[in-house]
Ligand binder design. Sequence first.
Ligand SMILES: Nc1nc2c(c(=O)[nH]1)N[C@H]1C(S)=C(S)[C@@H](COP(=O)(O)OP(=O)(O)OC[C@H]3O[C@@H](n4cnc5c(N)ncnc54)[C@H](O)[C@@H]3O)O[C@H]1N2
Ligand code: MOO
Length: 404
Amino acid sequence: MLSVPEAFAQILRTVQPATPRSCSLFEATHGVLAEDAVSDVNIPPFDKALMDGFAVRSSDVPDGTGTLQIQEVIYAGSVPTRSLEAGQTSQIMTGAPLPEGADAVVQIEHCQINEAEQTVQIKTTPVAPGKNMLYRASVLEQGATVVKAGTFLRAQEIGALAETGSPQISVRRTPSVAILATGDELVPPEQKPEAGQIRNSNEVMLHSQILQADARPVPLGIARDVRSHLREKIQEGLKSDFLLLSGGVSAGELDLVPSELAAAGVKQVFHKVNLKPGKPLWFGILEQEGRAPCYIFGLPGNPVSSMVCFELFVRSALRQYLGFPDPMPQPVSARLTADFQSRGDRPTYQPARIDWSEGEATVTPLQSMGSADLHATVAANGIALFATGNQLYQSGLPIDTFLW
Ligand SMILES: Nc1nc2c(c(=O)[nH]1)N[C@H]1C(S)=C(S)[C@@H](COP(=O)(O)OP(=O)(O)OC[C@H]3O[C@@H](n4cnc5c(N)ncnc54)[C@H](O)[C@@H]3O)O[C@H]1N2
Ligand code: MOO
C-alpha cells in the first residue's frame, strides 16, 4: 500500500497548476499571483513629509530651537520651486515633496509664524536628519519585487500592487470543486433518518472545508448505489475542476465508485494509502481534449476519514493547482500534555487540541471512537501524528501536529 509521502508525491506530480488569467485588481482577491510583480516607481517617489509643518535643514536647528526665513508653501501634489540654504525653511503639508537641502520636518504645533517678517520661530525637541519624513525609495526601490509569484492575494497585496503600477495582473483563480455523496443509507440533514438510515453530513462538511480552502464548492446532492444514477451524477461532477466523491471506495459489494470512474474514462493514480483514518482514499485524473483536466478524489465515507483526507490531500492538491510554492501541509511541532499510548498497524492522525502557552505549542490528543466519531473533531483544532505500532509517547515529547 502507498505511504502518505508517496501519496503526496503522486498528487503533486499529477495536479498541474491552473493556466493563469489576466484580471484587474478588482477581481483578484483570493487569487494567487502567477508572476512576480515589480515596482515601476520608487516608494516614496520623493523625500516626503509625514507631518504638516516646516521643512528644515536639521543642522539649522539641532537642539530644536531657532528662527528661520520662510521661502514658500509646498502642498501635496505640487513640486518645490526653491531649495533651502542655511537659515531657510519652507512650509510643507503631509505628503508633499521636501525641497532640496531639507532633511527634516518640524510639525506645525511647535512653530510660531511671524507673518510680517516671513519668519518662523521653532521650539521643539532636538531635530535629527530624517525626522518626520521618509527618504525617497526608502520603502521600496523601482524595479524591486513587490509581491512574489505564488502569493495568495489579500487586501494588502492588492493595495501594494495598485501603488506600484500593476493594475492588471496574471492570477490563478480558485477552482470549482464538485461534491458528490454516495450511499443508499443517506438522507438529507433536514430529514429524520428511518431504520438503517443516517444523515448526509459529509456533503455540507466538505462544502465548508472547500470554502475554508478558498475554493468554490458545487454540491451535487446524493447519488444512490445504482450504477445508472451514480454514472449520471459523476458526469455532472466531471464538469468542475475537481470532483470529490464521498463513500463507496472500500471493499463493499456496493462500493461502485472506482469502477464507475473508470467507465467514465478517469485514470486511477492510486487507491488506498497507509494511514488511519482514510485508508481507502482513491485519486485519479480525467484528461480531456481541448480543456483542462478534472482531478478526482474518492474520499472514504466515514466522516472523520473524509475530513482528514480533505485536510491532508485535497487541500495540498488545491494549493498545487493554485501555484503555491509549498503546497504540502505544514507540521507544527507541539509537546504532549500527557502520556499517550498509540496503537495500530497504520500511521495515525488523531484529532487533537493544540494550545500555546509561554510561546510554546502543546498538544492534547482527544479520545475518539474512530473514523465514525465526528464529535471528537468538534473539540479538536487539529490532528496529531503517531507512527505505526504500539508505543508509549511520554508527556513533554514533541510530536508533529497539523492545524485545521
Ligand atoms: N472489508 C473491508 N471493509 C472496509 C475496509 C477495508 O479495507 N476492507 N475499509 C474500512 C475503512 S478504513 C473505511 S474508512 C470505510 C470506508 O468505506 P467507504 O469509503 O466505502 O464508505 P461507505 O462504506 O460508503 O461508508 C462508510 C461509513 O461512512 C458513512 N457515510 C458514508 N457517506 C456518508 C455521508 N455522506 N455522510 C455521513 N456519513 C457517511 C456510511 O454510512 C458508513 O457508516 O470502509 C471500511 N470497510
Ligand atoms: O480509513 Mo478508515 O476511517 O481508517 O476506518
